[in-house]
Write a new protein. Structure first.
Length: 494
């Protein structure tokens, strides 16, 4: 007699990649109630209701894309559908999105008590992957709402855009209070950043059990430097395109902002600091110097796949405009060296779907100053890191650590990040030998272009499972959106 099935599904013949193990073992994965329940060689097919053949592909933990901007340039409910389909294509099973009051997103000011429930309502039923939000306290009243966001909604990570007080999202601006939708007497400045940090330090003191998962992320550029250099570069006819944009937002602006942010963290004892999308050698060196200067601050250093795959000579000029800018090749190689030296904690997409019509100026489509900032790329995150990282000798388990384990720990996603019993059965099957050329036309994203167009990558995602559900297989996103909102810190079920 055959055994009574005790598992919902077995995924057989998977070369399992785990963040803390060098060995890649051929194993079967038994799944029950959306969790990994049994991991062993040759699990009997009779013990499960369904069997899926992993075909000896590499099995990575589902990717945690810890930096996305769903809803920035399109209505959030529509953007969530298309952009998380793109995420599923790339093996991403958890999407962490930055959101704020002000222009773009919901185009509203006011309190997060009113704003965030609307965000959650627009999100519900529209994400193909699990999701959560990082929130930026823009107005002074938002600092008082930090405990409410944490206690009611499980928001444990917050953000500062350091240049927003005096420089626009896309270039020079003297209208930043209007952009941020704050009263004209309010200031989005270093003092505001200090008070945000003090608010988070209080939150950590009030919730010591969650201390390790409450953190502050910073976009580090200084407005005064950007303003001055943009005016200089705009009148310099020897520079154009991405080279001009990089020169207008120079790397030392990143370095200076990192030093200021780090000293404020030290002053306020705000101990968990995430330095986002470090784009240059100067930024990375500043971040490492600050780690030495303030060893009691738990810094994390983030790099994007865009800054690792593109440089200022990419032919897809306007499409690659982003903040901080794409840099020269020497900076790209320095970032890769930092990755290989284990000086980078996680890699992300910074996915911000900006349609071609919005991205470029209709009247002057090749003018970098008139183009909007940001682009999508979550669908190329794993393949991009795998392809370029493998060439440079990056181990598979190091990739799993940077794309799954490290962000899941920092951001309180305690059921994510590993292929282990009791964890969510989030899994991506990747063919390490399949080479493909990036084509925007093949993406589920509504963007319509990609700055990665024409880039050849080796390592293709074949299947993506979210909590044991097959959501992407052989080029097709399957089913309807089943992504869940994740309150943080989540708890491992026993």
């Amino acid at each position: 007699m055959s055994e009574t099935p005790v598992l919902d599904q077995i995924i057989k013949n998977v070369r399992v990649v785990r963040p803390h193990q060098d060995a890649i073992e051929l194993l079967d994965l038994g799944i029950k109630d959306g969790k990994f329940a049994q991991i062993a060689p040759n699990i009997s097919p009779d013990t499960a209701k369904a069997v899926f053949d992993g075909k000896n592909l590499l099995g990575f933990p589902g990717v945690v894309d810890a930096h996305m901007h769903v809803g920035i340039y399109q209505p959030l409910d529509k953007d969530a559908v298309t952009e998380t389909k793109a995420a599923a294509m790339g093996g991403v099973t958890t999407s962490l999105n930055y959101i704020r009051t002000g222009q773009y997103y919901l185009n509203k000011g006011g309190s997060y008590r009113d704003f965030f429930p609307e965000v959650l309502a627009l999100s519900a039923g529209n994400f193909f992957v699990d999701y959560s939000y990082h929130i930026a306290p823009i107005a002074s009243q938002h600092i008082d709402e930090i405990p409410l966001l944490f206690e009611e909604h499980g928001v444990s990570s917050f953000k500062i855009f350091m240049f927003y007080g005096g420089y626009g999202l896309h270039g020079l601006s003297d209208q930043q209070n209007l952009f941020l939708m704050i009263n004209k007497e309010e200031r989005y400045d270093f003092a505001h950043f200090e008070f945000i940090m003090r608010g988070l330090t209080r939150l950590m003191a009030e919730h010591p059990e969650a201390r390790d998962t409450i953190s502050l992320s910073l976009h580090c550029e200084v407005a005064e430097i950007l303003n001055a250099y943009t005016k200089i570069v705009e009148t310099d006819s020897s520079l154009s395109g991405l080279k001009a944009y990089s020169a207008a937002r120079p790397p030392h602006s990143e370095g200076l902002a990192i030093c200021i942010a780090s000293y404020l963290a030290h002053e306020t004892n705000c101990v968990n600091i995430n330095l986002l999308h470090l784009s240059s050698r100067k930024a990375m060196e500043a971040a490492l110097t600050m780690q030495t200067a303030f060893p009691h601050i738990n810094f994390r250093r983030e790099v994007t796949v865009g800054h690792l795959l593109l440089d200022v000579d990419t032919p897809n000029t306007i499409w690659a405009k982003v903040n901080p800018p794409i840099r020269p090749r020497a900076d790209v190689e320095y970032l890769w060296q930092a990755v290989l030296n284990h000086q980078v904690d996680w890699i992300v997409s910074d996915h911000a779907c900006c349609s071609a019509e919005q991205k470029r100026s209709a009247k002057n489509p090749n003018n970098i100053w008139l183009a909007k900032s940001g682009f999508g790329g979550t669908e190329y995150l794993l393949s991009g890191v795998f392809s370029e990282g493998s060439k440079r000798g990056m181990s598979y388990n190091h990739i799993a650590k940077l794309l799954s384990w490290n962000p899941s720990r920092r951001f309180g996603l305690l059921e994510k990040g590993d292929i282990a019993i009791g964890y969510d059965a989030d899994l991506v099957l990747l063919d390490p030998n399949e080479t493909f050329v990036v084509r925007a036309a093949e993406s589920e994203s509504q963007q319509g272009y990609t700055p990665f167009e024409g880039v050849e990558l080796t390592g293709r995602v074949k299947s993506t499972f979210l909590r044991g559900n097959l959501i992407y297989n052989n080029g097709k996103v399957l089913g309807s959106p089943i992504g869940r909102y994740l309150k943080r810190p989540s708890r491992m079920s026993t």
